[in-house]
Design a protein around this ligand. Structure first.
Ligand SMILES: [Zn+2]
Length: 61
């Protein structure tokens, strides 16, 4: 895996945007139980967030 930090951050922000915009307009999503459309968005955001935080952590130490 050789994704550049800039690219990772951009994808993280895009996923955040998509998830937020969906949850704002979706009436079926709940925090503990997203709808069929929201679930994959949530998973994607969580994965990218983990990767991004890991990147920040490795850079600090
Ligand atoms: Zn939803």
């Amino acid at each position: 895996m050789t994704s550049r930090p800039d690219d990772l951050y951009r994808r993280y922000m895009a996923a955040y945007d998509a998830t937020w915009q969906h949850s704002r307009t979706c009436g079926e999503c709940r925090p503990d139980q997203p709808c069929e459309t929201g679930a994959p968005l949530d998973e994607r955001l969580a994965r990218l967030q983990g990767a991004w935080l890991q990147h920040l952590g490795t850079r600090r130490s």
